[in-house]
Design a protein around this ligand. Sequence first.
Ligand code: 5RP
Length: 226
Amino acid sequence: MKQDELKKLVGEKSVEWIKDGMTVGLGTGSTVKFMVDALGRRVKTEGLSITGVTTSKATAKQAEELGIPLKSVDAVDHIDLTIDGADEISADFQGIKGGGAALLFEKIVATNSKKVMWIVDESKMVKHLGAFPLPVEVIPYGSQKVFERFEQKGYNPTFRKSADGNSLLLTDSENYIIDLHLGEILEPERLADELIKEVGVVEHGLFLNMVNTVVVGLADGPKVLD
Ligand code: 5RP
């Protein structure tokens, strides 16, 4: 099966966990796009009544077009379940997210959720994190200085470019992303502590001890790990 077919498989499978009356965090990315499409179909055909809390402008636009009722994270008293994609998941269920530049809102929504589910194709399952560049969201002011400190530490930073390659990418919060090309992250907790203490860093893409269930797309069907 192609990667996109595996993403569709898990996206469609994951909406089985969504029940009437739930408040659901809606992640960001190409896998989540399939999930939101499937959720939209359930809202339309079954009359499923849910409230969605989105993690990006892109997901909000898609959900609105499908008629999924939305509220902001600050307007709900709880989120029952958040379903999101991931860029890498290690053997001990730690994750890297932010390939789609939505890591800040994704982490806020995940942190405020009772349960978190990640939906991924099998290529995302790794032994150790770090082959995927670790995204770090930084405020534009002083970002060159943060970049230089990362360089001095040997983190091989690159500023993420916009889709047309002509400017720096701006996140939904109008920040920049610096991707760290680390190769392997053997101590994710230590690195997470270090990054969040760096002045100018808004958030990083290490999502540690946050996920309850992972649905992996395999050629012979979705596999649920929890
Ligand atoms: C966005 C993310 C995405 O969930 C992650 O990049 C996976 O994306 P995709 O499903 O397109 O592979 O973290 O910030």
